[in-house]
Write a protein that binds this ligand. Structure first.
Ligand code: COA
Length: 140
């Protein structure tokens, strides 16, 4: 497929664009795309850090590159860019992929920052023994 992704991007999720996802002009509604992007990135982050109690704090560099259309199969790929104490930044790119021809069209890119919480407060998960323990178990 064209437009090769760096290899640290991993498949996060897929969606098919349905009639209900379209805006008045017949394109994929941007708000729906952002919700899918947030969900895909959160799934990817959960898989990579072994923790799921976090909130979205910022979405940066949102770049709608091409419209989505009814029937498009949209695939989301994501990678971790950096971790702080409680925060993690991930980059996600989505493509419309034609599995018959192998063609791929980039539709959106974005960076999302999440903040880990414990008892509803920011939690320095990436400095915690909990995270160190999770990482150690991944290499066993
Ligand atoms: C996310 C939230 C808990 C952060 O609270 P806060 O008092 O600003 O927290 P802190 O100042 O202690 O910062 C915590 C971390 O968030 C990061 N952060 C805070 N605001 C940020 C922003 N706008 N962009 C990027 N990172 C940010 C800080 O850099 C810090 O990172 P680190 O621990 O890795 O160094 C709070 O802003 C919040 O609850 N926001 C609403 C979240 C929400 O409802 N999201 C939508 C649904 S998921």
């Amino acid at each position: 497929m064209a437009d090769t992704l760096p290899e640290d991007f991993r498949l996060a999720t897929r969606h098919i664009v349905m009639e209900r996802d379209l805006n008045a002009a017949g394109n994929l509604f941007g708000g729906t795309m952002l919700a899918w992007l947030d969900e895909a990135t959160a799934i990817s982050v959960i898989e990579r850090i072994g923790y799921s109690d976090f909130v979205t704090v910022a979405m940066d560099n949102v770049n709608f590159k091409a419209p989505g259309h009814r029937g498009d199969l949209i695939t989301f790929y994501s990678r971790v860019v950096k971790t702080g104490s409680s925060s993690i930044v991930a980059e996600t790119r989505a493509y419309v992929e034609d599995h018959a021809t192998g063609a791929r069209r980039e539709v959106i890119t974005c960076r999302i920052t999440y903040v880990c919480l414990k008892d509803q407060q920011p939690y320095a998960y990436f400095k915690s023994p909990e995270y160190a323990g999770w990482r150690a178990r991944q290499t066993q």
